[in-house]
Design a protein around this ligand. Sequence first.
Ligand code: NAD
Length: 355
Amino acid sequence: MIRVGVNGYGTIGKRVADAVAAQPDMELVGVTKTSPNYGAEVALRRGYDLYAAIDDRVDEFEAAGLGIAGTVADLLDAVDVVVDCCPSGIGERNRPLYDAHDTPAIYQGGEDAGVADASFNARGSDESVTDADSLRVVSCNTTGLSRLLAPLDEAYGVEKARVTLVRRGGDPSETGRGPINDIVPDPTTVPSHHGPDVNTVLPDLAVDTAALKAPVTAMHTHSVNVTLQTAPTSAEVRELLSGESRLFLIPERAGIDGAGTLKDYAADVGRPRGDLWENCVWEESISVQDRDLYLFQNVHQEADVVPENIDAIRSLASDLSRSESVDRTNETLGIGLDSLLSDGGTGRTPTPADD
Ligand code: NAD
């Protein structure tokens, strides 16, 4: 069993903790909290041992009636791998602590790439990252782009990818973020940092990105244009992408018209928290003109990096091959949405040009 600790139990940490607890070859030793708030209560309700992230706050947990198992140092001594899910920049500050305890660490995409020996995406990074002692799971947007661009590059060769990312303003729980009444170029400079981040896992891929922030919380939307080296048909690209286990092709007849209905669908089919671990690609948007591929995809920022964290843990702490790990993660979490309404696009109807 791989013994795992999660340091930082917020949006990503709580999902990673649940996913670790679901793996047959992993044991969730515990999670940390900085203060005894609702998140700490939830961790205990779920049966997870709670550790104080800050040593001198142990008394606060006791005073609030929340029993704790120790401090973050105790957790680090008890695990084979720690998954750092702290806010951006805190992971870098935690690194000396992990080093001092000789605990292999996984960081998240909010950290600079230099925080770890290698950046990781199960579909992008090559198997040589198994030599690393620390990994950084790339961001939600980079994860979504890598999963899409890796198979396209393998099958057709990518001459150049150009992607506009319409990013959510904040997560649903982040009441203080915005914008609330604008669509803001963010960063204003073009290309954005997302393309270079893709290159941390797909180093030879030519990709430029531009990004905006919109007043939505559910998902990011990517408008993708890829100039390929060969000219497949739209149907061939649909077929290729439908074979990728972490891509979900949204069939038109499902009546899913945006992130709201996508999340509704995910919740109704029983996904925990309505999570979508897969990229969601609008099937009817997949269109090839000469060698130019166009499509829209949505990425659930709170969820898509979760299976990647599980595969990153195995990459650091087991001998399982990448594909075996991906299969196991997919099976245990139930990844691989496949709508009963999928029809390969044959049910599509033309959209009137009135908008
Ligand atoms: P979050 O704010 O929701 O959760 C972070 C948690 O860490 C909070 O509970 C916070 O109290 C806790 N924390 C703060 N300082 C700590 C410390 N010193 N020790 C232990 N815990 C501490 O943040 P998040 O959205 O989960 O993001 C975590 C990381 O994941 C960031 O690098 C972020 O860029 C990355 N990420 C976030 C998303 C997303 O959309 N939320 C997607 C992909 C990657």
